[in-house]
Write a protein that binds this ligand. Structure first.
Ligand code: ZN
Length: 261
């Protein structure tokens, strides 16, 4: 039997407390809605973690028990501790999957793992977003048609300052004319990363059936397959005998010897 996928749904959980429009869509927070979607699937067990919990709810133990972490943040990126960011990065390099949502593009975690600014253009104008499915054979696009639409979303426009994705699954078109790489895959170390664009807090995006399907597919795709810690550089002995050579080359930290003719 296939192992259950353990997901931790992380949310900064600020807009839902302060903005009535957001609270209306997500009375218990976006993390609760996303976790509910995921946990309704066979073989997936989701729990939540939020910024204001001790260690942002992302202790060593929690991450050790997490196969996929999803990340939604916006106004409080700067409040995420660098220690937790480094911890998440190491877990991704060791095999944990990471799904970065919407405004998480500017999170410390995503920027650290991408190595670029992850900047973009934006506009809040209640416009239609059409997401084009570029890879219908990819596991993240399973069950989707050629495209689907969200009637109201925030616009994100290029250039999105990311490393060229290893796989580009979706491109969005917006009513105002812009396009955006809205479903992007990378590998970092042993971990898989998926960035998914929609999810502005004032719209009911995470209640959309296509968006929910993509989140479920992405969790299954990104789930840790191995756990291999690689944050060491050990010196190793040769497997075979290495024949003595005429020339002796200097090694760092070892005084160079010159052999007599
Ligand atoms: Zn937004």
């Amino acid at each position: 039997m296939q192992k259950e996928i353990r997901v931790t749904v992380w949310n900064e959980f600020r807009h839902e407390k302060e903005n009535a429009a957001v609270k209306k869509h997500y009375p218990d927070g976006m993390h609760a809605a996303i976790a509910k979607t995921l946990s309704a699937q066979p073989g997936i067990r989701a729990r939540t973690a939020t910024l204001d919990e001790p260690e942002h709810g992302l202790t060593e133990q929690t991450l050790a028990d997490t196969d996929v972490l999803t990340w939604w943040g916006h106004v409080a990126h700067g409040e995420v501790s660098d220690q937790v960011v480094a911890r998440v990065q190491q877990r991704v390099l060791s095999g944990m999957g990471l799904i970065v949502l919407h405004s998480g593009h500017f999170s410390k975690v995503f920027r650290r793992l991408m190595g670029t600014n992850c900047s973009l253009k934006w506009r809040e104008a209640d416009e239609k977003e059409r997401l084009w499915n570029l890879e219908s054979g990819h596991p993240i696009a399973e069950g989707l048609g050629d495209f689907f639409e969200l009637p109201y979303e925030e616009m994100y426009g290029e250039r999105f300052d990311i490393p060229t994705p290893e796989e580009l699954i979706f491109i969005s078109w917006f009513e105002g004319g812009e396009v955006f790489r809205s479903g992007c895959c990378w590998t970092r170390g042993h971990g898989r990363i998926f960035y998914f664009r929609p999810g502005h807090e004032t719209y009911p995006t995470y209640h959309d059936a296509n968006v929910q399907r993509i989140l479920v597919n992405a969790v299954r795709w990104a789930a840790a397959r191995v756990w291999i810690a690689t944050d060491t550089c050990p010196a190793t002995k040769p497997l075979e005998r290495i024949a003595p050579k005429e020339a002796v080359f200097g090694r760092a930290g070892v005084e160079q010897q010159v052999r007599d003719q």
